[in-house]
Design a protein around this ligand. Structure first.
Ligand code: CMC
Length: 421
């Protein structure tokens, strides 16, 4: 069977034959047929917008790999910082590379005092931490001369380091501001996740529980990348205009903010709280089936099977609850999952729990308010965004993102003066 596709334009009888590689054929084939012919593909349902060697995802089989390594193995044996190195560099670090990377990230965690005193202090007292996060990521770029030197490899490396090192600091600062607590400076003696928990929670004496530190690290690993989702696509689209990485990452974080993307974990916890008790689960499922809202934390554009991250998160939830006590919403979540997985509506549409179904319960057990959930997603996803940004800049096939449209408005007409309308 030839690995080619032949397309015929029936209007002209013109035919082109192009290769299919890895299940993809170039849209240039359509251009060859007729440069004014376009493919209508809202939400990029059937469009590969780039080539990427970072994350492999098989939604039918429920497989997720970063640079070839299965997510299950990384979640069990690796750390977020090691995974960030892997995503950015393509290979796992040697001991010496890892030590240097850890040292570099640890020694870039502080932010300019003006960021806190002048910028963050200007927010309204009840500002949403995610709103504060996206704007402070963008603002951070204004502190570095080299931010715009995106074709200078050393400068790119410095900005990447800064973004990975400083996002937990910005996140903790947004939280502490939103609850009126003084800011905790980073502690360079702590690991990446422990330092974040320290900046979040320290009031007087505070020691990070190793089980919770590990859970935080696993959650960071699971959220580090997920190929061309809405946020990463925003990073690539903005990056394609050669904007600096802070502005591009802020755009990606804005995309993540929406309830259909990174905001879903927040929506799950609110939904579970609204359901209130196990007895209300069947009625809630029925209401979803008749189109009255969605079962948040279920369904995925790509996974048509159990999201492998959801399996790991469910296990991590139990590790956390050992320390914190069980989140009372867990029983409702388990009941919902059981009912949905056995219901024809969800089976027929291949709707399974996604990464957000259990993550919110862990975050809540760790003490995070729901407003912080998307911020917790954005911290580790920064590594993925930056890996895609680097890949984009090095990709000779890429140009500024500029899709075409299918105009279906009115045709040309004469302007009518206001008094005559
Ligand atoms: N609850 C009930 N019905 C659903 C759900 C859901 N969570 N998700 C999809 N459906 C139905 C939908 O109504 C449609 O039914 P029909 O064919 O009868 O019209 C069918 O399933 C296909 O849905 P879709 O909206 O075409 O699927 P999509 O690929 O456009 O949407 C999604 C994917 C994730 C936005 C959607 O499943 C959803 O809204 N889920 C709830 C929100 C959520 O959990 N989001 C987190 C996604 S994972 C984190 C991330 O990667 O950002």
């Amino acid at each position: 069977m030839p690995d080619t596709i032949t397309i015929t334009d029936d209007r002209t009888g013109k035919t082109v034959t192009v290769p299919i590689e890895g299940g993809v054929f170039p849209a240039a084939a359509v251009r060859e047929l007729d440069p004014s012919l376009f493919i209508y593909d809202p939400a990029y349902m059937q469009t590969a917008s780039c080539k990427s060697a970072i994350t492999y995802l098989d939604g039918e089989a429920g497989i997720l790999r970063y640079r070839g390594y299965p997510i299950e193995q990384l979640a069990e044996h690796s750390s977020y910082l090691e995974v960030a190195y892997l995503l950015l560099n393509g290979e796992l670090p040697t001991t010496a590379q890892m030590e240097q990377w850890r040292f570099d990230v640890t020694h870039h965690t502080f932010i300019h005092e003006n960021m806190r005193k002048r910028f963050v202090d200007g927010f309204h007292y009840d500002a949403h931490p995610m709103g504060m996060f996206v704007s402070s990521v963008a603002a951070l770029g204004t502190f570095y001369d080299g931010a715009k030197e995106i074709f200078d490899a050393d400068s790119r490396q410095r900005q990447i380091l800064r973004l990975i090192a400083k996002t937990p600091t910005l996140a903790a600062m947004a939280y502490r501001f939103s609850v009126g607590l003084p800011f905790n400076y980073p502690d360079n003696d702590l690991s990446y996740p422990a330092n974040f928990l320290h900046m979040m929670w320290k009031i007087g004496e505070y020691e990070v529980d190793p089980a919770l530190e590990r859970a935080m690290d696993v959650l960071f690993i699971l959220h580090a990348d997920h190929e061309q989702n809405c946020g990463t696509t925003a990073m690539r689209v903005v990056g394609s205009s050669h904007a600096d990485p802070y502005s591009s990452a802020a755009a990606a974080a804005c995309a993540l903010y929406g309830p259909l993307h990174g905001g879903a974990n927040e929506a799950v916890v609110r939904m579970l709280a609204d359901i209130g008790s196990i007895e209300n689960v069947p009625a809630f499922i029925e209401s979803v089936k008749v189109g009255d809202g969605r079962l948040m934390g279920f369904g995925h554009r790509v996974y048509k099977n159990y999201d492998p991250r959801a399996t790991i998160i469910k296990k991590t939830a139990y590790d956390v609850f050992e320390v914190t006590g069980k989140n009372p919403l867990l029983d409702i979540a388990l009941a919902l999952e059981e009912v949905a997985l056995n219901d024809a509506y969800f089976i027929d549409r291949k709707l399974y729990p996604n990464v957000d179904f259990y993550s919110g319960l862990i975050y809540q057990a760790l003490g995070f308010p729901v407003d912080m959930f998307t911020v917790l997603f954005a911290i580790p996803r920064t590594a993925g965004w930056l890996a895609h940004w680097q890949e984009l800049l090095a990709d000779g096939d890429q140009r500024i993102s500029r899709p075409r449209q299918w105009y279906d408005g009115v045709g040309a007409r004469e302007f009518v003066p206001i008094e005559s309308r």
